[in-house]
Ligand binder design. Structure first.
Ligand SMILES: [Fe+2]
Ligand SMILES: [Fe+2]
Length: 180
């Protein structure tokens, strides 16, 4: 099965609309951090970068009088739930394997605990990598959602990540290790 790349995802209308809504710069930065954490924690970097790139795809903008309203957001937000579903649908449309699409969707669902009941949640390593990568790029007051990046820089960074993931997978094949 041909690998669905970050650039394939980026090019799709759904990603163009919704990843940009929550911030392309944050999505690209989070994907970059997720690659590094994935290598460190022996998690499949292919799944990690895709989940990280798509993690905020379920965001809705909560505005009152033209300004982002954090209270409204806290009260009504379900972006992780919506994002998990939206990302899953997009990935399946692009030809992602259903097992990978499920893992990515679950990592998106659990990337934030803001809507979960109090308590200890045991994340699996992929879910942990995506949550860590997101936190690393976060800025107070949600400012990370408003960072800007030029389209061509975003495309270049995503292409670099695609290449790094491809190299990592080829190395596994060369070393006769299973491509996880
Ligand atoms: Fe989020
Ligand atoms: Fe985020």
């Amino acid at each position: 099965m041909k690998r669905v790349t970050l650039l394939n995802i980026y090019d799709h209308d759904i990603a163009q609309k919704y990843v940009k809504r929550s911030g392309l710069a944050h999505a690209v930065a989070t994907a970059g951090y997720a690659f590094d954490y994935a290598i460190e924690k022996k998690v499949d970097p292919d799944l990690a970068v895709k989940a990280a790139f798509l993690h905020d795809i379920g965001h809705y903008t909560w505005y009152r009088d033209g300004q982002w309203d954090f209270q409204l957001y806290k009260q009504y937000d379900i972006h992780a739930i919506k994002g998990a579903e939206r990302a899953h649908k997009l990935l399946i449309r692009l030809g992602e394997h259903p097992i990978s699409a499920k893992k990515i969707a679950l990592a998106i669902l659990l990337h934030t605990d803001s809507y979960l009941p109090e308590g200890e949640w045991k994340l699996d390593p992929l879910q942990e990598v995506v949550a860590l990568a997101d936190s690393k790029d976060e800025e107070p007051g949600g400012k990370h959602h408003y960072k800007v990046i030029k389209e061509r820089d975003a495309v270049r960074k995503l292409a670099e990540l695609d290449q790094k993931v491809g190299q990592f997978r080829s190395k596994l094949v060369q070393d006769n290790q299973p491509v996880y």
